[in-house]
Write a protein that binds this ligand. Structure first.
Ligand SMILES: [Zn+2]
Length: 133
């Protein structure tokens, strides 16, 4: 895979998510009032309305909720075919990411995956996924 472009978060709360990924630990927001996890990062809990939260580390293991295969080059950093996925986490949240180097024919719903952290350059680490062993 060519070098992926690093995300450019403009909202401070999204920057917190990317900052935590730089430690190679996947953390999601968790409401400290009702314990509900949430992703994408938000300022307020959608369930109870609280503005209180913490960044809780998770195992990074989940399953494939959905995926798509891109066969057309839309950015020179992505080899084709490129597999983008939606991961279903046991914490009740979902996350969009990519699975570098997988064959599209190996994809299947509910297949178990785990996060790995890919260094894009000396300054940025991106959470991507591989099949769990
Ligand atoms: Zn809450």
């Amino acid at each position: 895979m060519n070098e992926l472009p690093p995300p450019k978060p403009v909202d401070p709360i999204n920057a917190e998510f990317w900052s935590s990924c730089q430690d190679s630990v996947l953390r999601f927001q968790r409401c400290t009032e009702c314990d509900t996890f949430r992703h994408l990062p938000r300022y307020m809990c959608y369930k109870c309305g609280s503005f209180e939260y913490e960044w809780s580390p998770v195992s990074g293991k989940g399953s494939i909720y959905s995926w798509t295969v891109t066969h057309q080059v839309f950015h020179r950093s992505f080899d084709v075919p490129s597999v983008s996925i939606i991961v279903d986490f046991p914490e009740g949240i979902r996350m969009v990411s990519v699975m570098p180097g997988v064959k599209p024919e190996d994809m299947a719903l509910d297949k178990e995956v785990e996060v790995i952290f890919k260094s894009l350059n000396d300054e940025f680490v991106l959470p991507v996924f591989r099949f769990a062993n």
